[in-house]
Design a protein around this ligand. Structure first.
Ligand code: NCD
Length: 314
């Protein structure tokens, strides 16, 4: 696997990346950490432009992509609110994407509809990165999640990972479950029955021979996990607010529960958190979600560098 193999690639779903490609991205990300922290200044992407099209709210994903591009010497343009663009006048996604592709060298898109990033990739002659498509996929979040787990636990193989919360509508866990299965991790799906991991995600996992188990209480897995991956109940994806109210606040991890956890166990969350993690967890050594959010920068730097064919010694 060489850097140049990534040039021009679209990153739409984690399913399309091989283990070798994922490992190459993570290794490249490791070399980016000092630059992401501002300790070293480089400009391999000088003259390149990142175009961002965020049709759904975002804090970390958009800002860490922008930070990544700026840290590598590139520039950014785009929108974080479709209401201020011609989309509000009825422009189609295809036209918006075609236009953005002509103004930039790589596009990052987030949209409320599953499949939007795939469509964008079809209409863009520049590489497209999916920053979340509805309840579909969120591959770059998965890459930074894997990076965090590997850094903290030293490996991905055979680790016990509990994915907790909204496994039905949560795109982060759809991508992450697939990636972890590729690396032979043990997966515990912890959710109320109505929000369990959907069959269309579990099906391919079973075909891969993944080791999965379902639970409906956090207490059942607290002693056996290396990673607690908490997620927010995705209120905006519920067709009926009454249904949301039935499950809101169902799981809440606190410092007392963690007293029974393995010493090295880590608590992760793609953020934003609502009330899934009590603030008293923040001060424990298990809390990894803020470091995880920082890791978005080196991982996205690695991706931008690879897709755009940037040379580090340039
Ligand atoms: C996640 C998302 O947008 O899917 N956020 C993120 O990218 N860090 C998780 C969420 O919104 O719950």
């Amino acid at each position: 696997m060489q850097d140049k193999d990534f040039i021009g690639k679209d990153i739409v779903s984690i399913r399309e990346l091989s283990n070798e490609e994922i490992e190459h991205i993570l290794q490249t990300a490791k070399k980016m950490v000092d630059i992401a922290r501002g300790k070293r200044v480089v400009k391999p992407l000088e003259g390149k432009i990142l175009g961002t099209a965020f049709f759904e709210p975002s804090t970390r994903t958009r800002l860490s992509f922008e930070s990544a591009m700026l840290r590598l010497g590139g520039k950014c343009l785009g929108f974080s609110e479709a209401t201020t663009t011609s989309v509000a006048k009825g422009e189609t996604l295809a036209d918006t994407v075609r236009m953005l592709a002509s103004y930039s060298d790589v596009i990052v898109i987030r949209h409320k509809y599953e499949g939007a990033a795939r469509l964008a990739a079809e209409f863009s002659d520049k590489p497209v990165i999916n920053a979340g498509d509805g309840a579909g996929q969120h591959p770059t979040q998965t890459l930074l999640d894997l990076f965090t787990m590997k850094e903290k636990l030293g490996k991905l193989e055979d680790i016990n990972v509990a994915l907790i919360g909204d496994l039905k509508y949560g795109r982060t866990v759809h991508s992450l479950a697939h990636a972890l299965a590729k690396f032979n991790a043990n997966l515990y799906f912890v959710a109320p029955e109505t929000l369990q991991m959907p069959d269309h995600i579990i099906g391919p996992l079973e075909e891969m021979g993944a080791k999965t188990q379902k639970f409906n209480a956090l207490e059942e897995v607290i002693e056996s996990c290396d990673v607690f991956y908490m997620t927010r109940i995705q209120r905006e994806r519920f067709p009926d607010i009454q249904e949301y109210n039935k499950v809101a606040g169902i799981f809440r991890l606190d410092a007392r529960m963690l007293e029974r956890a393995k010493k090295h166990a880590i608590v992760m969350h793609p953020l934003p958190r609502v009330n899934e993690i009590s603030p008293d967890v923040d001060a424990t050594k298990h809390a990894m979600y803020f470091e995880q959010a920082f890791n978005g920068v080196p991982v996205r730097m690695a991706l931008l560098l690879l897709l755009l064919g940037g040379e580090m010694d340039a």
